[in-house]
Ligand binder design. Structure first.
Ligand code: G1P
Length: 294
């Protein structure tokens, strides 16, 4: 498998006015745009063909993964190889492709826009709001399970019951493997009392191409949008036709950049872990925090 699809057509209204003229995917997490972490994760798992599903005002995304001749020439003339390397990192990362979503009809609709590019092979979907720590394994494991089980795979994270309404929730059954569950049902953003479990779908999927046909037949669901969760629910139930759905349970570090408070936490955590910034930041943070009365 070589293809990854990254839906990036969202308007990012939670970050206005920062996202008025700039895609939310370009918000810096320390010194890299959030989207670069996600592309790096795909490439790290061997998925070097990346299709981004974009929309209006998303030109900065294409520019970020392209060459920037003037800047490169200036850095070269200065002999600043360290910065030049940083510039090249995103250019040389992956074989990037772009398609526009047009109407913002939901995540399922965005994934459907990838059909022509993906064709008839399994592929991964990575949502830009979630950053998985590069030191923890998730996508690679999902690719292994996809091949082994010839099914579609979602990433699951156990969340607090009061958080489940923010996610797709999965009904699950144990398999012989403690890290893998069989998904028997899915609900998009259920109320706490309606949630089948506290297993939340985080933004990583490895899907069989049968999902495209299912999505074409999926009517608008929650929020009037075509939901990937609804298509997966159909696939979880119709095991014969589509191979079923399994969940890989993730217990590693995940950062949510889709919400303001979580975004701030992500920046602090990732910076505190860095060799260049970490020691000073941690030092300053402990003093700063000690200043709070409660
Ligand atoms: C989407 C999916 C949801 C999933 C979530 C993970 O929701 O619809 O099922 O749990 O991503 O981040 P969104 O956060 O885009 O509203």
């Amino acid at each position: 498998m070589t293809k990854a699809v990254i839906p990036a057509a969202g308007l990012g209204t939670r970050f206005l006015p920062a996202t008025k003229a700039m895609p939310k995917e370009m918000l810096p997490v320390v010194d890299k745009p959030a989207i670069q972490y996600v592309v790096e994760e795909a490439v790290g798992a061997g998925l070097t063909d990346v299709l981004m599903v974009t929309g209006r005002n998303k030109n900065a995304l294409e520019n970020h993964f392209d060459r920037v001749a003037e800047l490169e020439a200036t850095l070269e003339a200065k002999g600043d190889t360290a910065k030049l390397e940083r510039v090249h990192e995103s250019t040389d990362l992956a074989d990037m492709h772009y398609v526009r979503q047009g109407d913002p009809k939901g995540l399922g609709h965005a994934v459907l826009r990838a059909h022509m590019h993906v064709g008839d092979e399994p592929f991964a979907v990575l949502l830009g709001d979630d950053i998985i720590d590069a030191r923890d394994v998730l996508l690679t494991r999902m690719l292994v399970e996809q091949e082994r089980r010839d099914a579609s795979i979602v990433a699951l994270l156990e969340v607090e019951p009061e958080q489940i309404h923010l996610y797709g929730a999965a009904a699950v059954e144990a398999t012989g493997d403690p890290d893998v569950v069989r998904v028997t049902g899915m609900v998009e953003k259920p109320a706490r009392e309606d949630a089948p479990s506290n297993y939340a779908v985080i933004g990583r999927y490895v899907l069989k191409p049968e999902v495209f046909g299912v999505l074409e037949r999926t009517p608008p669901g929650k929020g009037g949008e075509i939901q990937l969760t609804d298509a997966l629910m159909a696939m979880a139930e119709d095991v014969e036709g589509t191979g079923g759905v399994f969940g890989v349970v993730f217990r590693g570090r995940r950062y949510d950049t889709g919400d303001k408070l979580d975004y701030i936490k992500a920046v602090v955590q990732l910076a505190a872990d860095r060799e260049d910034l970490g020691p000073e930041l941690r030092d300053w943070l402990s003093g700063y925090v000690a200043g709070f009365t409660h």
